[in-house]
Design a protein around this ligand. Structure first.
Ligand code: ATP
Ligand code: CA
Ligand code: CA
Length: 403
């Protein structure tokens, strides 16, 4: 049983914020779901709705436990996106709001964003900076078109964009996205890769100290540990082709600072996921079965052998990279399955060049006076960022012998 995050229930310091977020989502999403569908227009991408909640309630909004305002952005577009990503509308609301329980991961990155998991760990609520919020609104049309054209995109699946306003005027922007990691599998190693090396090492003491779940390692740890993305020629091509298309979009939109998040589940080790939903017993004889191994895609029968208890979101399985037990199973150079599953995606992709520069300048003033260092960490524009990123991932996806 692996515990992830802290349960946010009554009495927790962020309970009111969480409660208000979920109430806003519940009311606005169910309202939008009830509306008749019609083809999206440009206005739908710019649309926003404001709701004012108070303790007594009124003819427009039901009563809530606290006073707050809630804003829902481009509801019809996100409804369409959720449908595209095969989420069941009732399921989505149930996962998020049925019990009003979230699990708070705190703020794992440097940005100060907070992360919350839905009770079933399928969804992540991330509070974002106002600039990221504006960015998502700005690129929504392009993101939408990209996702429609490339349904197997590795870029984060966005399900909602909202804003909460607390009584003293404090505004919290947040997005809802897919949790790349399955609720029922233990992730043995996690990496956040950018193709950059500066500051890209998770220190040893942090690695040891984190017992709750695998610590998030970075580029230098990846190299130190001599990791490789193990994909045979068939799957490698599928993966890199998609990644190239995704990075092209991010370059065009002038976005950077994103990373490839990779969680690796070693099927020979077993163990259960965040909620201990199921314990799966590896059955290596199935993986050694030459007929099931012949297929570059995971044989459904063998996938089920690892699967006991609640299944991973059945809806996601129609997407290439979330197909094998919710991920993408490794293959060797002859395209035979290896008992390792990758859970990966391109995350944190709403930052643009000017913002990175600002962050890095602040960081520079705070952390270093060293001129040489300054050159190394200076921000590079989106095109170069994307090129460096792709170059690194491509190299790491090549078979060891060829490097
Ligand atoms: P920074 O800007 O400092 O990098 P951030 O606050 O923007 O941090 P992210 O980079 O988005 O945060 O994510 C931080 C960590 O949260 C990731 O390394 C990963 O462990 C986890 N995480 C983020 N998005 C997802 C996701 N979609 N699925 C699973 N885990 C995620
Ligand atoms: Ca990041
Ligand atoms: Ca960030």
């Amino acid at each position: 049983y692996v515990l992830v995050g802290t349960k946010v229930s009554e009495g927790h310091q962020n309970y009111v914020t969480a409660y208000n977020m979920l109430t806003g989502i519940r009311v606005s999403v169910s309202r939008c779901n009830a509306k008749v569908k019609s083809p999206l227009t440009d206005a739908d991408f710019r649309e926003s709705h404001k709701l004012a909640f108070d303790i007594s309630g009124n003819e427009l909004t039901p009563s809530a436990r606290y006073d707050f305002k809630f804003k829902d952005y481009a509801p019809k577009v996100f409804r369409d996106l959720r449908e595209h990503f095969r989420l069941d509308p009732a399921d989505y609301l149930m996962s998020l709001t049925a019990k009003y329980i979230l699990s708070e991961l705190g703020s794992p990155g440097k940005s100060g964003s907070f992360f919350y998991y839905s009770r079933d760990f399928r969804f992540i609520i991330k509070t974002v900076h106002h600039s990221e919020h504006k960015m998502l609104r700005l690129i929504l049309r392009e993101y939408y078109d990209h996702v429609k054209k490339h349904p197997h995109t590795l870029i984060s699946q966005f399900y909602g964009l909202h804003r909460l306003e607390l009584p003293f005027g404090h505004k919290v922007h947040f997005i809802i996205m897919n949790n790349l990691f399955p609720p029922d599998k233990l992730i043995h190693r996690t990496y956040d890769l950018k193709g950059s090396f500066l500051g890209r090492l998770t220190a040893k003491d942090k690695v040891k100290q984190s017992q709750e779940r695998a610590p998030v390692l970075k580029d230098l740890n990846w190299l130190q540990n001599q990791e490789k993305i193990q994909l045979g020629s068939i799957k490698r091509q599928v993966f890199l082709n998609q990644l190239e298309k995704d990075i092209k979009l991010l370059q065009r939109l002038n976005l950077m600072d994103y990373s490839l998040l990779i969680g690796i589940c070693d099927l020979t080790l077993g163990g259960s996921g965040p909620r201990g939903l199921s314990v799966f017993e590896p059955k290596p004889e199935i993986n050694n079965n030459p007929t099931s191994l012949a297929s570059p895609r995971l044989n459904r029968g063998s996938s089920l052998a690892y699967h006991t208890g609640r299944s991973h979101s059945p809806t996601a399985s129609s997407f290439t990279f979330y197909h094998d037990l919710g991920g993408f199973q490794a293959t060797d150079e002859s395209n035979q399955l290896i008992p390792e599953i990758y859970y990966f995606g391109v995350i944190d992709c709403l930052t643009n060049y000017s913002w990175v520069k600002r962050l890095e300048t602040e960081w520079r003033i705070l952390e270093t006076q060293d001129m040489k260092q300054e050159k190394l960490i200076s921000a590079i524009p989106a095109r170069e960022y994307g090129e460096r990123f792709l170059k690194f991932i491509k190299l790491e996806a090549q078979p060891k012998s060829k490097v």
